[in-house]
Ligand binder design. Sequence first.
Ligand SMILES: Nc1ncnc2c1ncn2[C@@H]1O[C@H](COP(=O)(O)OP(=O)(O)O)[C@@H](O)[C@H]1O
Ligand SMILES: [Mg+2]
Ligand SMILES: [Zn+2]
Length: 508
Amino acid sequence: MQTCANATTVAFQGLEARRVEVQVQLTPGTGAIVIVGLGDKAVSEARERVRAAFASIGLAIPPGRLVVNLAPADMPKEGTHYDLPIALAMMAAIGALPHDALDGVVCFGEVGLDGSLAAAPGALPAAMAAHGMGAAFVCPEVCGSEAAWAGGEVLAAPSLLSLVNHFRGGAALKPPERGDLIAGAGVPDLRDVRGQEQAKRALEIAAAGAHNLLFVGPPGAGKSMLAQRLPGLLPPLASEELLEVSMLHSVAGLLERGRLTRTRPFRAPHHSASMAALVGGGLRAKPGEISLAHQGVLFLDELPEFSQQALDALRQPLETGQVLIARANHHVTYPARILLAAAMNPCRCGGGGVGVGACRRGPRCAIDYQARLSGPLLDRIDIQLDVPPVTAADLALPPPPEGTAEAAARVLRAREAQSGRGAGLNAVLDQPSLEKIATPDAPGAALLAKAAESLALSARAYHRTLKVARTIADLDGSDGVRRIHVAEALSLKRQWAGAEQPGFAKVS
Ligand SMILES: Nc1ncnc2c1ncn2[C@@H]1O[C@H](COP(=O)(O)OP(=O)(O)O)[C@@H](O)[C@H]1O
Ligand SMILES: [Mg+2]
Ligand SMILES: [Zn+2]
């Protein structure tokens, strides 16, 4: 009998799946299974699941001491997907599998007490890593349609026994089929929104230049309805984006039946969501909502109701396109290139300053509420717009002639113009590129200078206006930024109560 055996699996560091060798050795001694190699609680519990699974399929573990080492031993390992490589390496060590069965395969999956195999998060990136190593990927049947997207050889098995049969040359397992690829399903149309022409235009501009946006308006104005229509205006995910987004959702355990979608993500966490849910992390390192919105839209409704900690945590991904999560003994990063759409009432009680349902507590109410948002956060939001209450007359209008399809086509053309210049999307232009490609013509420059003075624009607000004007020009198919583009960009600037914007408010 062979007393040593190896199986290969992976450990996740963010989205990266690193190779891990599971080494099993049967030595004389007391009848114990010992797992070493920096595993978390789920890894050490593999022992009990595997022991029970062996018993239920009638596989006796010979007397002795089984040592399982997960190498490299200094790399932290989290999750239940180590069950299967541990079980298979043990089987090989005790002679229940041919000794070369595990050569050139990467094993991944959770083992049930009855010997069945269950899903574990991360099958897609794990299968891609296996493909990269030139190895076949062995996983639970339920992960097969997801793993098949990696393009390599995949063996998906319902149970330990079916794998044993396969490796012994009995009933061979069939390769799984890829899950479905869905395009454009279930995205609500812009045509449903009556009136609110300026807000709809703001959505189109936001989508075209990747500008973060904030809607300020009373309850019922249609802010949420508008924001939900933003993903439909963005171009469908390109192939590499699709894979990266799907990998994130895989690691979070959210890819159902291996189904991938080209529609950009839309995530709308509630303001009471925990930091772990928003940013990522928790008991096991997992992407949070900010990362799940990668390449799509993160919608934060009632923005000032989010905790200060949560709002601060947004700044890093908005600046770098990544989230860094501190773990006990290491760091994990996940991609988080998001388009932020936020909404808020003008004041805590809802109504704000004007019209029916206006706040009776005076401007102080709005100023205090708005002061919860920091200047640095608002600096990252190029479009800040008032959304007035929707009128009965607007609601009685017939559906507008143009909807999502027409606006999305204009967005696509504007994005092509941006990629043609090679300086990136307008929202992320640095100052030199901005000067080079967004300097307005003389009338535009004069208008901007006048507005900068009369509105007391900060340097940052000035640059935000220029970026938005550049996008408006791109939507217009115009090489240069003209007065009309600057004028529209200025019309998308909200007048904050008491100051140019909160965070810089002079308290009177
Ligand atoms: N402009 C609009 N056109 C059509 N329906 C609207 C409009 N604005 C609001 N509604 C209706 O009112 C409901 C509430 O709008 P919602 O987007 O939740 O408002 P808010 O987020 O500003 O509080 C929507 O579900 C929709 O049925
Ligand atoms: Mg709402
Ligand atoms: Zn109020």
